[in-house]
Design a protein around this ligand. Structure first.
Ligand SMILES: [Zn+2]
Ligand SMILES: [Zn+2]
Ligand SMILES: [Zn+2]
Length: 105
């Protein structure tokens, strides 16, 4: 089984209490499906089922390779380089997110 060798890039200690949605979609008025947070800088982006795939775009633009799901009840993280999912002890906390604009239309 593949193991992630990038865990030293997890610098986010605590999840934000609440976010308004995908940062980049909010800026452009676009819609997202699911939210992911960058474990290095806290950037909130949208998943690959979203039209703009901002979480993946952030990985490319910023070279930050670890994300965590912000969906209610989901606590998995994922490494883009090793292509492996995992449950990490950090960051702690829980984030309130609004429902997907695509699903609540
Ligand atoms: Zn990794
Ligand atoms: Zn987005
Ligand atoms: Zn980042």
């Amino acid at each position: 089984m593949a193991r992630c060798t990038h865990l030293d890039q997890v610098t986010l200690d605590t999840l934000p209490e609440a976010v308004d949605g995908c940062e980049d979609c909010l800026r452009t008025g676009d819609e997202w499906m699911h939210l992911r947070i960058c474990l290095t800088c806290g950037h909130v982006g949208c998943c690959d089922d979203s039209p703009n795939r901002h979480a993946t775009a952030h990985r490319t633009a910023a070279d930050h390779v670890l994300i965590r799901s912000l969906e209610p009840g989901e606590n998995w993280s994922y490494c883009f380089v090793d292509e492996v999912g995992m449950i990490l002890p950090r960051p702690g906390g829980e984030t309130q997110i609004p429902p997907s604009p695509m699903l609540s239309r």
